[in-house]
Design a protein. Structure first.
Length: 369
């Protein structure tokens, strides 16, 4: 491995484990996009080590640390550390904006990233934070003007804040450093919502990124944030209709979108996550929720059945959970049901194509008759 070590840095001597044994000296590694960030926040040596690890473990399945053996001294470097792609992009963009706007007031919505050194350096350069990481206001919105520069951090921001800035006349898209992988999560949540699924966001409710993802998602579909596998287990009780909805609003206070109805909005769900959560934790939640199925008994009646009071009483007596029926039958039994645990499946008709042709045929038939 000495040759490989020398290919990483000609001044480094020692054995290096954790890189692919088959990687030859001087082999050109395919590099990701590089960013121009201050020297204070980067290391050429560490950059080469990370690049080599990326080349040898493209699927990122090897979590073993990189191991330097210098004889009397051994150094272990964790598999994943330092600035990720999105952070490097954000830092480069932020410093470029500061350099290009020397005569303007420059604000950050909140911390650029969760790195004290970067945030302190930006403050030293005259940048001000509008909010802290918990969302507490440090600079009032009415103190901003359309001439100010407002930088959106790597975490992204909410639609509500976007609207506030837009009303002030500030163009946030010119100074947006949102991580492209965060935006990918937003797009995924939107896609899930468009298919009439509710979205479950695995993340920290107070984290800026999760707040932003929640905001974008709830504009499209019912959305709920869960912190961890423990909250997933709590959620499963409502998916299986084993707990009353009133308890849901207490257990998940502040984590669900307006109008969220656990009796309806947990029937079809999709899961996205805060990008800094462990993928293995998110997968554990997904697998667990997949297995949280509703157990039900099917009671069959003939079409156009004429329900009697005795029929309804018998159904209610044998069911201690929700009773689901069709919208048509629900209307028929309104005066017969004694318990408020009946719900119906709303029927919607959607055309995949040729809706205009169908409508014209109906109009033609009506006008002809």
């Amino acid at each position: 491995m000495d040759q490989l070590t020398k290919s990483l840095n000609s001044d480094l001597i020692g054995n290096f484990n954790g890189l692919p044994d088959v990687l030859p000296v001087r082999r050109t590694l395919k590099k990701m996009k590089s960013f121009s960030i201050p020297v204070l926040f980067k290391s050429n040596l560490i950059g080469k080590i990370k690049e080599a690890r990326r080349f040898g473990d493209k699927m990122k399945k090897n979590f073993e640390p990189s191991h330097f053996d210098f004889g009397p001294i051994e150094i272990l470097i964790s598999r994943h550390f330092g600035f990720c792609y999105g952070v490097e992009n954000a830092v480069e963009t932020a410093y470029r904006i500061v350099e290009e706007n020397p005569d303007k007031r420059i604000f950050l919505l909140s911390e650029m990233i969760h790195n004290p050194a970067v945030n302190a350096d930006l403050l030293d350069r005259g940048v001000e934070f509008i909010q802290d990481t918990l969302g507490n206001q440090l600079v009032a919105w009415d103190q901003l003007t359309s001439d100010d520069v407002v930088i959106v951090p790597a975490f992204g921001t909410t639609l509500e804040i976007q609207e506030i800035l837009s009303n002030i006349g500030i163009d946030i898209y010119s100074y947006d450093t949102t991580c492209p992988f965060v935006e990918k999560v937003w797009n995924r949540a939107n896609s899930i919502g468009q298919k009439n699924y509710s979205v479950i966001v695995h993340g920290k409710p107070s984290h800026e990124e999760t707040k932003a993802t929640f905001s974008h998602s709830k504009s499209v579909t019912p959305t709920l944030i869960i912190k961890d596998i423990n909250q997933a287990r709590q959620l499963a009780d409502y998916i299986k209709l084993e707990k009353d909805s009133a308890e849901f609003y207490k257990e998940f206070e502040g984590q669900y979108s307006e109008g969220f109805d656990p009796s309806k909005d947990l029937v079809r769900i999709g899961v996205v996550n805060q990008t800094t959560m462990l993928a293995t934790d998110t997968q554990e939640i997904v697998d667990f929720l997949k297995n949280s199925r509703v157990v039900f008994e099917h009671i069959s009646y003939s079409d156009h059945f004429n329900y009697s009071q005795n029929d309804i009483d018998k159904i209610e007596k044998n069911s201690n959970k929700l009773i689901i029926t069709t919208e048509k039958d629900f209307q028929k039994i309104q005066l017969l049901k004694r318990k408020n645990k009946w719900v119906y499946l709303e029927i919607k008709i959607e055309f995949l194509e040729n809706e205009s042709i169908f409508n014209s045929l109906i109009d033609k038939a009506i006008n002809t008759s």
